[in-house]
Design a protein around this ligand. Structure first.
Ligand SMILES: CC(=O)N[C@H]1[C@@H](OP(=O)(O)OP(=O)(O)OC[C@H]2O[C@@H](n3ccc(=O)[nH]c3=O)[C@H](O)[C@@H]2O)O[C@H](CO)[C@@H](O)[C@@H]1O[C@H](C)C(=O)N[C@@H](C)C(=O)N[C@H](CCC(=O)O)C(=O)O
Ligand SMILES: Nc1ncnc2c1ncn2[C@@H]1O[C@H](COP(=O)(O)OP(=O)(O)OP(=O)(O)O)[C@@H](O)[C@H]1O
Length: 485
């Protein structure tokens, strides 16, 4: 592709030299380490480093053109200054990969909790009706049935367009995080369906306020294709606000909720047998979820409603619901030999923890023992609320380590002690080694106990611990095997 084709429609701050339009461009990158002969290097001012500092290195490696935001003179290769390099990266990637989203049905799912679960539920329902689906999200990316590790919930725009170009699936279901939205990672993609699950306290270290966080989530809905539909859980107040706003903008909005004005009305939920009745234009349908909890029922109803909008008949959906296998690290249940249950769950927001503990109670937990920690460098504002939730809803809790990130062990230990003394109660204790904390909970368990381990879900441990396991699931399996009991 020639440079002038690549840059058409792109907002450029300074006039482009007239003689560079014919430069051929084969690849673009924002990482100097990836630059090869003839690449375009896009310099991005990041959170831990500044791509503009790597312009010289990228030229030495063969970059033939640099795009950036800063005033820069006298480079040995042409330089194009733009107002927003992150946005330009997405626009270039879209062109270089020949608009890979164009022929597919693209579905974006945003919200604080439930994106991953809803994605897998929707994938399952669509695949059961014969549609092939890619998934781009937190656990992994699944493209043409192949699993590809994911670093971010929403990848950089460059990776995103590469994944879209690789996919030969008919549908792409994508989790869209608020970080991804505010960092223009979905630039160049338009969506046929945008789903909003809910909004609760999270990421306030990054967004500053709930209103800003909401505004970031709202950006997804600006990417709805003409004729596309927003599917919104209006039982969440932020969802109601979003639906009203989108309707005011004359977008297609499909409301899901208990209100009689909902397009898909949730008439009844029975948590004992995990069923719900939903109604649309006077017609009732049954919904079932094999995953416990009202939160998972909402996720399933969102997936069900979306699959029906896409054209799968509601009658065909019901048998498929019974076949759903659940999602790794989301309310995964293990039974111990003594009858106690162990749950591994990815809850890491106050709302998610509350749902998880409440679900254990609804399912008949005699005593709840909650094992959890707090991630270093991540939204300290939510810790107090999580402590209060666990202090009131569990019978005992053990504070332990989660990923430390850049925080030292001793600093985290001090934080845990302070949190326990300030917001906990006499039900709590601290066992820093996560594997030992889980071992203690299991060894002390009684037959009616439910041990709820939250925070890591499907993820591998970042720290090394005493017992030989790399994840919550592995340690539970290790400790439940007869030779280690
Ligand atoms: C704080 C944050 O969000 N950072 C994201 C951001 O990184 P950044 O652009 O600031 O990168 P940076 O390291 O400062 O580098 C700046 C630029 O210099 C370039 N560089 C850097 C070094 C070098 O030698 N050469 C070079 O060219 C880099 O390639 C980059 O273009 O953009 C990157 C590409 O899109 C992301 O991978 C990265 O996510 C980091 C890893 C991260 O942990 N982000 C979390 C907070 C996040 O985004 N989470 C959400 C999910 C949240 C949820 O659970 O709900 C997600 O979508 O994953
Ligand atoms: N609809 C929901 N409402 C509240 N909590 C939920 C909901 N769905 C899931 N959860 C809780 O949140 C946890 C994470 O769920 P899931 O991975 O589906 O959400 P997510 O939005 O993808 O999260 P993340 O952005 O952190 O990856 C679950 O383990 C569960 O505890």
């Amino acid at each position: 592709m020639k440079l002038h084709q690549l840059l058409a429609d792109i907002d450029i701050k300074t006039p482009m030299q007239s003689d560079i339009g014919d430069i051929p461009v084969h690849e673009v990158t924002d990482n100097s380490a990836d630059v090869k002969e003839g690449y375009v290097f896009v310099a991005i001012g990041g959170y831990s480093s500044d791509g503009h500092d790597f312009i010289e290195a990228s030229i030495q490696q063969g970059a033939s053109l640099i795009i950036g935001e800063k005033d820069i003179d006298n480079l040995p290769v042409p330089y194009i200054q733009v107002p927003n390099s992150r946005k330009v990266l997405g626009m270039l990637a879209r062109k270089l990969y020949s608009e890979p989203a164009k022929e597919k049905l693209i579905i974006g799912i945003t919200g604080t909790n439930g994106k991953t679960t809803t994605s897998y539920m929707l994938k399952h329902l669509l695949e059961s009706s014969g549609k092939s689906c890619s998934v781009i999200g937190t656990i992994e990316n699944i493209i043409n049935g192949e699993k590809i590790p994911s670093r971010n919930t929403t990848p950089s725009s460059l990776i995103l367009h590469k994944l879209l170009a690789m996919s030969t699936d008919e549908v792409v279901i994508m989790e869209v995080s608020s970080h991804g939205l505010s960092q223009c990672r979905i630039e160049g993609v338009t969506f046929d369906y945008c789903l909003f699950t809910n909004l609760h306290q999270e990421h306030l270290d990054y967004h500053g306020s709930m209103e800003n966080y909401f505004q970031a989530k709202k950006l997804l809905f600006e990417k709805l294709a003409p004729g596309g539909t927003a599917v919104v859980n209006t039982d969440n107040p932020w969802g109601e606000k979003l639906a009203d706003h989108l309707q005011h903008e004359e977008k297609n909005v499909y409301r899901i909720g208990a209100s009689v004005s909902s397009n898909l009305r949730i008439a009844d939920i029975n948590l004992q047998n995990s069923t719900a009745t939903v109604e649309e234009r006077g017609e009732s349908s049954a919904v079932f979820t094999p995953m416990n909890g009202i939160h998972n029922m909402y996720n399933m109803i969102m997936a069900f409603g979306t699959a029906a909008l896409i054209g799968v008949s509601k009658e065909n959906l019901l048998p498929a619901l019974f076949q759903f296998k659940g999602v790794e690290g989301r309310f995964e249940i293990y039974k111990l030999a003594n009858g106690a249950a162990v749950i591994v769950d990815y809850a890491h927001t106050p709302d998610a923890v509350a749902h998880c503990l409440a679900t254990a109670k609804q399912q008949g937990a005699g005593r709840i023992v909650h094992v959890f920690g707090f991630r270093g460098d991540r939204d300290p504002g939510k810790r107090q609320e999580i402590m209060s939730v666990t202090a009131s809803m569990s019978n005992q809790y053990i504070l332990t380590l989660d990923d430390l990130n850049s925080v030292s062990f001793s600093e985290m230990e001090t934080t845990l002690t302070w949190l326990n003394n300030t917001y906990g109660n006499e039900k709590g204790r601290i066992i820093p080694d996560r594997t030992k904390a889980i071992q203690t909970a299991i060894e002390e368990s009684q037959p009616e106990d439910w041990i709820i381990i939250t925070g890591k879900g499907h993820e591998q441990y970042q720290q090394s611990y005493k017992l030989p396991a790399r994840s919550d699931k592995e340690i539970v399996q290790y400790l439940s095997s007869p030779e280690n009991v």
